[in-house]
Design a protein around this ligand. Structure first.
Ligand SMILES: Cc1ncc(COP(=O)(O)O)c(C=O)c1O
Length: 475
């Protein structure tokens, strides 16, 4: 199956070029961008195309219209810089992880129709391709009834392994179907990857703050974690990684590579290569979670670490839980030189992943218009994130800071020191809003005045009223 490169409309291409000029600082914050006619001439397109591009950039929070004056640059990276200056310190010592029970409450509450779910990083059901999946479920049940009755034993449905390998080739990875193992979602990929490289008691490096599912995986596997500080843009602190590897017998480094959860960081190609060569020097495998990689707001999918792997020491984990369906529970692992061990672990853990769900995803990847769907949702997420940042600025206490992600759909919020987001969590629940309090994202109380919100919710009916209400609760 050939990877289809999403066909961009001309106005999207123009918007992307303007976005690059803004993000590279060519057009600076508060500066006016050239007028509509000038841009139309410059890009050799119609005025209408420029109007559509401007609308797109406005929705993404990059520019804003000033009546009778034109469009001005709104995007600035300052909040992320401020966020990093004030990050709490880590001890750089291995610790056991505890107190993650609240994460289960958060997930359990996602079933409640009464709550506005800012807590779990789970898109609202209107952002999933429900109709296509319903059609595909019926088709698979009708045409492949016999296949549904047997195990799809590891590595999994061969045609799906092949489709996923092709997808990864499109990300620049040198893999084929024999390098892919189907799992029950990215979380299972992560836990199998960790079991491949570390035994109970071993030391692993985690980003800080990190996705709480990783803290739970580390906890249940009896590993000890060293939490390495992260920059909201460039990700894990390379110097601290080096220090930790020199001091401890580190068995793995785990990163959410592109638009991380909760910070939204996305290291550059150079930074990724730098981390890999550093880990290679210390013989430390990298466990890479790339679950948000397809959700770049500018449409340019960042390269995964796996695409720079020359030694087979990158264990790549992913799923379609953030874009197609978390309920299908289909993910995959491309664990480099650990493929045999990983397949055996998957087999001993739960024999196989659901045959029906693998077939559905396989069919969806081939005939479900996946790229068009992803293009659509990432535009919604970009607009939601930008509107949330604006509303937080005007409704939250002075001194509040937010991350400035360029992809994904979560926002990391820092309140002034005096706030405790565990208290906010409880108060918000009374008003039927869930949030993810900061303590879930590390092994200690370091992020007491931080919290994460899920911005993949409809703006008018959920996000906007919930953020206004949180503002009121905080004041
Ligand atoms: C960074 C990250 N990795 C993994 C997962 C879990 O993915 P899955 O539902 O595919 O197991 C999540 C879900 O929130 C996540 O945010």
């Amino acid at each position: 199956m050939a990877i289809t490169t999403p066909q961009l409309h001309r106005y999207e291409e123009v918007a992307e070029q303007l976005m690059k000029l803004i993000q590279s600082g060519h057009y600076k914050a508060n500066e006016k961008i050239p007028g509509t006619r000038l841009l139309a001439e410059h890009y050799n397109v119609s005025v209408n195309t420029i109007l559509q591009a401007q609308k797109l950039l406005e929705n993404q929070g990059l520019i804003e219209a000033v009546p009778r004056s034109g469009f001005f640059v709104k995007w600035r990276s300052t909040p992320a810089q401020e966020l990093v200056k004030s990050q709490p310190k880590t001890s750089l010592k291995p610790t056991l992880i505890q107190r993650q029970r609240l994460a289960l409450d958060l997930i359990q509450s996602t079933g409640s129709k009464k709550l506005i779910q800012l807590g779990a990083a789970l898109p609202h059901e209107s952002y999933f391709p429900a109709q296509a999946l319903h059609r595909i479920a019926a088709k698979v049940a009708r045409t492949q009834a016999n296949g549904l009755l047997r195990y799809e034993v590891p590595p999994g449905l061969p045609s799906l392994c092949q489709a996923l390998a092709h997808r990864m080739t499109g990300y620049g990875c040198d893999v084929d179907a024999s390098d892919v193992l189907i799992t029950n979602g990215c979380h299972e990929s992560l836990s199998i990857a960790l079991k491949c490289v570390a035994d109970p008691g071993d030391v692993v490096l985690l980003e800080s703050p990190t996705y709480y599912g990783l803290l739970q995986a580390v906890d249940t596997l009896g590993l000890r974690a060293i939490e390495i500080p992260c920059h909201p843009e460039s990700g894990i602190d390379l110097k601290k990684v080096n220090d930790a590897c020199q001091k401890w017998d580190v068995k793995a480094c785990i990163v959410v590579s592109n638009f991380s959860n909760p910070l939204g960081s996305c290291p550059s190609t150079d930074e990724k290569q730098h981390l890999l060569s550093l880990l290679q020097k210390h013989n430390v495998p990298l466990v890479e979670d790339d679950i948000y990689g397809d959700l770049a707001f500018d449409g340019h999918r960042p390269s995964p670490y796996k695409s720079f792997d020359t030694t087979g020491e990158v264990l790549y984990c992913n799923s379609f839980s953030k874009s197609v369906s978390p309920g299908l529970r289909v993910g995959w692992l491309s664990p480099g030189r650990y493929i045999e061990k990983a397949s055996y672990l998957k087999f001993t853990q739960n024999i196989a992943s659901s045959s029906l769900n693998q077939m559905m995803l396989d069919e969806y990847l081939r005939n479900g218009n996946m790229d068009k769907h992803i293009r659509k949702i990432r535009r919604h997420y970009a607009a939601n994130i930008s509107q949330c940042i604006d509303l937080i600025k005007s409704n939250f206490p002075d001194g509040t800071r937010t991350s400035q992600p360029r992809g994904g759909f979560v926002l990391w919020i820092q309140l002034p020191e005096k706030f405790d987001t565990t208290v906010l969590y409880k108060n918000a629940l009374e008003h039927k809003i869930s949030i993810a309090p900061g303590f879930l994202f590390s092994s200690d109380q370091r992020f007491k005045n931080y919290f994460r919100i899920n911005c993949a919710l409809p703006w008018e009916t959920m996000l906007e009223p919930a953020i206004r209400l949180l503002g009121k609760i905080l004041s």
